[in-house]
Design a binder for this molecule. Structure first.
Ligand code: HEM
Length: 449
């Protein structure tokens, strides 16, 4: 380990200068260069004191070995956020921007032991029923649709017009969403992450997912929610709602970043040009060096303990920095020497991402189809002008402006996709941005044109 006894010097512009040594992982400086922060944090040793949002303190594990140790030790480190000491002591504002990610919900991500196994098994068994050919077809179809919306312009924001929308549409298809429910799910998830009115957006999302669960109980289909409710785990309606919301939110956000960060890498690194298998390689390099979830895996010590030379109290918030662990000097050297040690972009241990394969398949298809349709696509602005969204958890671009030779819109769907009940616009949410945009409805209309 590279711990040093002297106080580390924060990187230029780092507001750690002003917070008594607790390093803030929020704000534009962190978003502009997180790796400078991780280099700095490593000087504290394997763990470092950080601030996730104003007043939200945490310990961040930056060392690969200790990260693995924590992730695999579910006896000492628990996931149930009802153990969070500072939250229980009233130190976390209910409207804190990190509350939607960290606050307890009855789903597999926040459960431990036998309860975790039961809830997770329902996810893994249901996701395992997704047919990979159908997944590729529907991803290609959504990709064709999105390209048809901007292809003739010769320019697009590959983030807002493509990477952000594609997973939402693919999920709506996978989850058998009728038009009105799908529109509100898109509105809810987009609003949650764009921070326009996160609380209202979450209300819309949970309302729509609740309706989806009721619909599938009454009329099961060939889709993930129906498979999950038929599972031997016998999920209650409340558990169904929270598990579906976890899959949709927890799947969409990192997928958008994986597609966006990989496209960014392909468009900014000449090394990938003219190489066979370039997409797979670019995805792997992205997962190592610029992972979509950079800091997550919140855990709480079950009792007072010492970990990596650091005293922790029961219920302290401890997170893992996948991005720092992946890029530490020891691991980088091992990777260059051909070591087969795995990166942590999907986390590890009992709570590791259960959807690596479908996530990768969606990403490969989305990027492959885009590059096939727009073979001369290139960045439309200088690399240095690109900005990244702030926040401690995700790593994703704000926009990715690109230009290309204009193409004719793809008019005919590549393959049939199931569409559910008819559009019922009167059930769209009222009083919010996007309430009548009905982007999922527009896609369904395009399919049946
Ligand atoms: C099809 C898309 C995806 C779905 C449905 C999905 C679903 C999930 C679920 C349900 C969990 C919680 C598992 C548990 O607690 O037992 C999880 C965890 C996780 N996923 Fe995914 N995921 C998707 C895509 C991704 C992508 C693209 C990444 C990034 C490369 C990612 C990274 C992670 C990580 C790091 C965790 C651990 C989070 C934590 O412990 O706090 N996921 N995922």
């Amino acid at each position: 380990m590279d711990a040093q006894p002297t106080a580390p010097v924060p990187p230029p512009g780092c507001p750690a200068h002003h917070t008594g040594g607790r390093v803030p992982l929020h704000g534009p400086e962190f978003a502009a260069d997180p790796q400078a922060y991780y280099s700095y944090l490593r000087h504290y040793g394997p763990t470092a004191p950080v601030e996730l949002a104003p007043g939200v303190e945490a310990t961040l594990v930056t060392d690969y070995g200790f990260a693995l140790q924590l992730l695999q030790d579910s006896g000492s480190f628990r996931k149930d956020a009802r153990r969070w000491r500072h939250f229980n002591e009233g130190k976390i504002a209910p409207d804190s921007p990190v509350a939607p990610v960290l606050a307890y919900r009855p789903n597999c991500m926040f459960s431990d032991g036998a309860e975790h196994l039961r809830l997770r098994q329902a996810v893994t068994d249901s996701m395992a029923r997704v047919d990979s050919r159908r997944l590729s077809q529907s991803t290609e179809q959504v990709s064709n649709y999105l390209i048809s919306q901007f292809g003739s312009r010769g320019s697009a924001d590959l983030l807002g017009d493509y990477a952000k929308q594609l997973p939402l549409f693919v999920f709506n298809e996978l989850f058998g969403c009728p038009a009105d429910i799908g529109d509100r799910i898109v509105f809810g998830i987009t609003g949650m992450f764009d921070g326009v009115n996160a609380e209202q957006a979450m209300g819309v999302l949970f309302g729509a997912v609740g309706e989806l669960v009721a619909l599938k109980r009454a009329k099961p289909g060939d889709d993930v929610p129906s498979w999950m409710m038929q599972h031997q785990a016998k999920l209650t309606d409340e558990e169904m709602v929270h598990q579906i919301a976890l899959l949709m939110v927890g799947g969409n956000e990192p997928l958008r970043n994986l597609i966006g960060n990989t496209l960014h890498r392909l468009l900014t690194h000449d090394a990938y040009a003219h190489q066979g298998g370039l997409i797979d390689e670019a995805i792997d390099d992205t997962l190592w060096e610029n992972p979509p979830m950079q800091n997550l895996a919140p855990h709480y010590p079950a009792s007072d303990m010492e970990f990596a030379g650091q005293k922790l109290q029961a219920g302290d918030l401890v997170l893992v920095s996948f991005a720092a662990a992946n890029t530490g000097p020891a691991l980088t050297a091992a990777r260059q020497a051909g070591s087969n040690r795995a990166h942590l972009a999907w986390s590890a241990g009992p709570h590791a991402c259960p959807s690596k394969e479908p996530a990768r398949q969606i990403t490969v298809t989305a990027i492959e189809n885009l590059l096939n349709k727009l073979p001369d696509v290139e960045l439309a602005v200088p690399t240095e002008s690109l900005t990244w969204r702030p926040g401690p958890f995700n790593r994703g671009l704000a926009v990715l402006p690109a230009k290309f030779t204009p193409v004719q819109p793809v008019r005919r769907p590549a393959a049939p996709v199931r569409t559910e009940a008819p559009v019922r616009q009167e059930q769209a949410p009222t009083g919010g941005r996007g309430e009548r945009s009905g982007v999922w409805s527009q896609f369904l209309n395009w399919l049946t044109r």
